[in-house]
Design a protein around this ligand. Sequence first.
Ligand code: HEM
Length: 151
Amino acid sequence: MTEVRPSSFYDEVGGHDTFVRLVDAFYRGVATDEVLKPMYPEEDLGPAAVRLTMFLEQYWGGPSAYSEQRGHPRLRMRHMPFHVNPDARDRWLAHMHAAVDELGLSPLHEATLWDYLQRAAHAMVNTFEPTGIGPSRPAGSSALPVHPDTA
Ligand code: HEM
């Protein structure tokens, strides 16, 4: 007898190819963003794109490569070294919105994904200091590199 398992959101929207397309389109936008681009520790956005793809795939029921390679996500903590103010959040969301649009998902899948991304982005804000004026690291954040493997 074949095993019947409920399909995941990951499967329903087209699996790996869909998440790769989403994140590629997102980072095409980030690459042109004068506030977001300088935040990325590496000049090449490719490795960051791979991490975000793995995270989103895992979150939506796909393979768990993210946890295998990066451990527990602890996303708020991992963003502490970066100046995530409302301006950065809105820029992040604008690039993500354009990327989600490009996927051409069904209205229900699109609304589900977009709702999550908005909530997650709002939760990531860690400072209200304007860009370039506040401390480069928000108070209480760790001075340790986020990616010891690439530091
Ligand atoms: C709100 C604005 C946001 C900004 C400005 C921002 C910026 C950044 C930066 C600069 C990095 C480091 C790049 C890297 O080396 O991977 C990063 C990592 C990451 N971000 Fe964000 N981010 C934001 C929101 C989000 C949201 C909403 C999510 C999830 C839905 C997310 C998921 C991730 C993941 C998975 C990583 C890699 C973490 C790791 O394994 O080290 N980010 N982000």
